[in-house]
Design a protein around this ligand. Structure first.
Ligand SMILES: Cc1ncc(COP(=O)(O)O)c(C=O)c1O
Length: 410
């Protein structure tokens, strides 16, 4: 591990305090040109004594703007201290967790998985246009029908077709034949450039796509392709639970990855992470962002530096071993749940390395669904599945009464 080391509370506090000292202080320096300041003092008490022990809240009050992508070189100098921590966070995730080369990736803390996925599709669309002279109707997205709806948003916003492969109902995999049918369908409609999306745990099922099957098949066709990994759900789980994962930067076919710290990392909302191998971000530089030092290659524009600090603090307070243990405790609880369901003959889907279980709706009643806050695969039609996500608060003690109840009521 190059960047990821467990830090004590004191060390975290000192690092963040030092970073804030390197940012501009609106109170002590005359800053006239920035449309920002510290948080409003009538509501947010900047001098509260507890702030010295609360690095995240203190960063919120200082209110740094992390506009732009700081791994690309020049950035707004006003917030250089906290931007440096964001850069370290990006390197930690890209290199220490996702096996990227040293300084081989760019990235930033996005508003969430939706933005990070749209950023990826935006980059590849522009790459195919600028580097290959593609026309818009020659580029498409291909993924499974279990892909997150943010990819439908991306297709809609970026004016691209989205071809979806059918998955098998019970094991949620895309068969090679189904994937080939989808690719051939796209080719027959004039597609020459494909943005392939591989899921590292889908939203509803926690299923993981077979990236080798996808890239073997795409390589055999007469087209250009790039692969984005959607790890919004699994990015902080799967690399720890599945040692043989191919969904990381050591795979030459993977160009970019989305993660979400506001899911399994329990960071505040607004902490998606977008990562791409070096060389891709330049396809979305907005040259017109002339007033921003270093320009802007992100979709979001202004964003809170406190979000990056929150994610960095959480990961550094666990350290790599602590995080590994945490994920394995969640895996243990998920195993426990699945063993009980199996013993009782209740039909469910679980990808072996995920902390998510989807139960077929015929085994559940409306009362159980409501009492235990299960989430359906659809709110508009009759659900086929309900999911359980084994998070920090979902202990075996919480799962046991659910299992008891499911048996007596069904
Ligand atoms: C696989 C996947 N991708 C993308 C997203 C979108 O993330 P967000 O809600 O943070 O925008 C989600 C959200 O659940 C997801 O599960």
């Amino acid at each position: 591990m190059k960047y990821w080391k467990k830090l004590s509370e004191n060390e975290l506090r000192e690092r963040v305090a030092d970073a804030l000292d390197r940012n501009v202080d609106y109170r002590n320096k005359t800053i006239l040109g920035v449309p920002a300041s510290h948080l409003d003092e009538k509501v947010f008490y900047g001098n509260a004594s507890f702030l010295k022990d609360a690095p995240f809240l203190s960063t919120m009050i200082h209110n740094p703007n992390h506009i732009g992508c700081h791994t690309l070189g020049e950035s707004e100098s006003f917030f250089a201290g906290t931007q440096k921590i964001e850069k370290e966070l990006i390197a930690l995730v890209a290199e220490d967790i996702l096996k990227g080369e040293t300084d081989g990736q760019d990235g930033y803390v996005a508003s969430g998985g939706t933005e990070a996925n749209i950023q990826a599709i935006w980059i590849y669309r522009n790459y195919f246009v600028k580097a290959h002279g593609a026309t818009m109707d020659e580029i498409c997205i291909i993924g499974s029908e279990d892909c997150h709806y943010s990819l439908d948003k991306a297709a809609n916003l970026l004016n691209l077709q989205f071809y979806k492969s059918k998955v098998n109902h019970l094991d949620r995999t895309v068969s090679p034949a189904n994937f080939e049918r989808t690719v051939d369908d796209a080719i027959s409609n004039g597609i020459k450039y494909v943005i392939g999306v591989a899921n590292m745990m889908t939203t509803m099922f926690g299923s993981v796509d077979d990236i080798e099957m996808m890239t073997d098949l795409l390589s055999g066709k007469n087209l250009e392709y790039k692969i984005h990994v959607d790890g919004a759900y699994g990015g902080f789980v799967y690399p720890f639970s599945c040692k043989q994962s191919k969904l990381d930067f050591s795979n030459p076919n993977v160009g970019s990855i989305t993660l979400d710290a506001h899911k399994m990392v329990q960071a505040p909302f607004g902490t998606g992470i977008f990562l791409a191998k070096k060389g891709f971000m330049r396809y979305v530089y907005t040259e017109e962002a002339q007033y921003v030092q270093g320009l802007d290659a992100t979709l979001i524009g202004s964003r809170s530096g406190a979000n990056a600090i929150a994610v960095w603090m959480i990961l550094m307070s666990y350290g790599p071993h602590g995080w590994f243990e945490k994920i394995h405790i969640l895996q243990y609880r998920t195993d426990w749940l699945c063993n009980r369901l199996k013993e009782k003959g209740i039909s469910y889907f679980r990808q072996p390395y995920s902390n998510q279980v989807a139960i077929e709706s015929r085994f559940l009643t409306k009362e159980i669904v409501e009492k235990y806050g299960l989430v359906p695969d659809t709110h508009t039609n009759t659900p086929s599945w309900y999911k359980i996500v084994v998070m920090e608060h979902v202990t075996v003690d919480v799962l046991a009464p659910f299992i008891e109840e499911i048996l007596t009521r069904v």
